[in-house]
Design a protein around this ligand. Structure first.
Ligand code: TMP
Ligand code: ASP
Length: 243
């Protein structure tokens, strides 16, 4: 029996609690959605349930492919048990197709395929709006060692190489996504979540957005799109999330 212990941290979409085991945390997925550093806010019923389940699916797939993640097990429809990580405060963005901030920053039309995968790094700091940083900043500020960064980049590219064909099989293009890593017993481990909040998913046939851009850009149908991603990954029926 895993007891929900002391509350540690509340993020924009999740809460973290201690458990009886100092090496394990409990993550609770909320229905809150934010964009533009919390400037835009809403509650989307069942988002937490869907992202908990979708993260479970992705983490299990990656574990099966030999990538260590923080995922241990699902505890309830909104809760997962994870390894306690010391978070490395660098957000890692992996891009296959130009969209969002890279399109704006570099003037690349959305939907342009990048001739090779692009990795970007941001400092995890909401007050500063997660500014983009490079390896010089990372080493000068002691955010991670060169050895850790080599491992992080290797893992990020490997995650991409696993997720792209997996999603393609269910008719989804993986445009880009964000990963966070942490330290656990001296190893670099994949943390946070993998969900439509942290990825751009486009329907292969129609190009329709199936991710948080529907919320960021006021397109509506946010939760229906998340449900559709889950339905496809679960292979057809049975994807109805009880509410
Ligand atoms: P961007 O184009 O806005 O930089 O986003 C790149 C990817 O990172 C996209 O899949 C959404 C994800 N992302 C997050 O997970 N958290 C964030 O705070 C931001 C800005 C983007
Ligand atoms: N989650 C971030 C925020 O609330 C940004 C985003 O995902 O667009 O600002």
């Amino acid at each position: 029996m895993m007891n929900k212990g002391e509350f540690i941290y509340e993020g924009k979409a999740k809460r973290i609690y201690r458990t009886d085991n100092p090496d394990q945390y409990l993550v609770e997925f909320k229905d809150d959605a934010t964009a533009f550093d919390g400037l835009k806010k809403d509650t989307l019923a069942d988002k937490g349930i869907l992202n908990n389940r979708l993260s479970e699916i992705f983490f299990k797939l990656l574990e099966d492919e030999g990538i260590e993640t923080h995922f241990i097990e699902i505890l309830s429809e909104r809760e997962m048990l994870v390894k306690a990580l010391e978070i490395i405060p660098v957000e890692v963005i992996v891009r296959n197709i130009a969209a969002g901030s890279i399109s704006k920053r570099l003037g690349i039309p959305e939907g342009t395929k990048l001739s090779r995968t692009v990795l970007e790094f941001s400092l995890k700091n909401d007050e500063l709006h997660d500014p983009m940083i490079n390896h010089y900043h990372i080493y000068a500020l002691y955010l991670a060692t060169a050895e850790e960064m080599a491992r992080i980049e290797e893992l990020a590219l490997k995650v991409n190489a696993i997720l792209v064909p997996y999603l393609e099989k269910v008719g989804i293009t993986l445009v880009d996504f964000k990963l966070e890593f942490g330290r656990h017993k001296g190893r670099v481990v994949l943390g946070d979540e993998i969900s439509p909040d942290t990825c751009r998913f486009w329907d292969i046939g129609s190009g329709e957005k199936m991710d948080k851009d529907r919320f960021r850009r006021d397109m509506g149908g946010v939760i229906d799109a998340y449900r559709e991603v889950l339905r496809r990954l679960e292979g057809g029926d049975g994807a109805e999330v009880e509410s």
